[in-house]
Design a protein around this ligand. Sequence first.
Ligand code: ZN
Ligand code: ZN
Length: 312
Amino acid sequence: MRAVRIEESKPRLVDIEKPEGRGVLIKVGSVSICGSDLHMIQQGIVEGAVLGHELAGTTPDGRAVAVEPFFGCGGCNLCDEGFNALCSKSRFIGGSRPGGMAEYVRVPESTLVPLPSGMPLEVASLVEPMAVAFHGLNQARVTAHDRVLVVGAGAIGLAVAAALKSRGIACDIVTRYPAQRTVAEVLGANPDPGEGYDVAIDAVGNTSSVADCVERVKPRGRISMVGCFWDPTEIPMTFCTKEQEMIASYTYKCRRPGRTFEEAASALAADRSIADTLITHRYPLEGAEEAFGTAADRASGAIKVVFDVGSG
Ligand SMILES: [Zn+2]
Ligand SMILES: [Zn+2]
């Protein structure tokens, strides 16, 4: 089968055997490139790996599914609650295990989330990043009474704006590029932020975004860190003097009640404008090098770069 493998820090199209072993063999329909894919390549920690943790496809018996990329031991308290990524034995499809940038991927049955009927596979790779966005809201306990700020309008920041829209909650957003501003407005977010917010969702995760959150959030407000600190990050002293609360948000909840992928899939199915807005580029697997180049180039206007696999 065709797959995209990372060799010498570059994506290369290779021809490899279909994955064998236990689990369900998924025929991949779509898979998108994530900012963390780019970070992992840069840090040299995914040499020889097939990436792709934002994926959707079809089971051998014809079910259309999204795949939760983390699975754990299945027996500890964290797995019991559905926090698979936090289990000490957690595995990651698209990192420590072969991912979805291939014609087929083999995954545990427990990771499969059925798609709402009629939802096209080519938009379903967005279920994972939308789940990240919804979890970020849940971690910060966002309600309709909160004034909410999103800091950062890359793919995740815009996904957070879309998640808020889906819950009927207004937000302001900090953008950096003119293209982001336009897209934010399409998703109903106000790109002219002020101050005094109850909650900020930091979708960047560096010293300057944290400073922005601390400054714009009111005393005793909350900051949800959806963006990961890939580098050491400073927190200004006013975080202490304003008695704010900072909450980490890494993945999502993989069990009912509140299985995050289910809300994410419903939101995408209910509002087609989310996928239409967020997916800016589509490539076949053969276009991997160009696809990764586009995803890494901020000036390209790329938000989500998606591989259409199933149709090719
Ligand atoms: Zn991702
Ligand atoms: Zn576990």
